[in-house]
Design a protein around this ligand. Structure first.
Ligand SMILES: [Zn+2]
Length: 225
């Protein structure tokens, strides 16, 4: 079993990055960074006391496990319940901005092939349901998003489309495919039941890994292994 690589504390990661041999700069060191949404004082969305941050973490850890088992170089932004904004060192900002800056910093410094954020949706409408993948505005992000959306649609039996995101992470490294996976609506009873079921969570993660495999094949990384 591989040691869980958490991208924290960042000063240590930077030290490691600076000591990497030249070769490490030719290919991203990390295939996938899993960004687990919210944490600590920031619970994200919620329903009857169930907090998004907790479901995100369950998905994130399972995704880490399955990707590591498939021999990907993978890191995760948090493995417990804490706010990333607590690690932020920089100008005074509100907590939300600090949190986003911290996540952008991780992506911009580590330049992974894939930066995948895990979130859960909410809607006023009780009918809104299903997975939605949001992409950063560049070709690689769009390709990855459409592939993962297709796999998730098959599993959820939905026909939803990807959405273009705002420049949510201030990311400036366009070679990274950056997506947010909204893995269902906490406000929908069917979605909620899926997301709270360990076996179904594992199946959801499995199809996400299949999507990542497909994307990696598309961009030719797997051929180099
Ligand atoms: Zn969220």
């Amino acid at each position: 079993m591989k040691k869980l690589m958490v991208v924290w504390p960042l000063c240590l990661m930077l030290l490691v990055s600076y000591q990497m041999p030249v070769q490490a700069f030719l290919k991203p060191q990390y295939d996938v960074i899993i960004d687990v949404g919210h944490g600590g004082v920031d619970g994200g969305t919620s329903f009857n006391g169930i907090l998004e941050k907790e479901i995100n973490l369950l998905f994130g850890l399972e995704l880490y496990r399955q990707l590591a088992d498939a021999n990907y170089q993978v890191a995760i932004t948090r493995i417990d319940d804490y706010a990333l904004s607590d690690d932020y060192k920089g100008p005074r900002l509100n907590r939300h901005s600090k949190d986003l800056r911290q996540r952008a910093f991780i992506a911009n410094v580590l330049k992974p092939t894939i930066y995948l954020s895990v979130h859960i949706n909410w809607s006023k409408s009780k009918k809104a349901h299903g997975p939605i993948v949001i992409y950063q505005k560049n070709d690689k992000s769009y390709s990855l998003a459409t592939i993962i959306q297709k796999h998730l649609n098959n599993l959820y039996q939905t026909d939803l489309s990807v959405l273009k995101g705002k420049k949510y992470y201030l990311m400036n490294y366009t070679d990274t495919a950056a997506i947010i996976t909204e893995l269902g609506f906490i406000s929908h009873s069917g979605d909620r039941a899926k997301m709270l079921d360990e076996q179904i969570r594992s199946e959801i993660v499995q199809v996400m890994v299949e999507g990542i495999n497909e994307y990696m094949t598309l961009i030719g990384i797997q051929e180099e292994w």
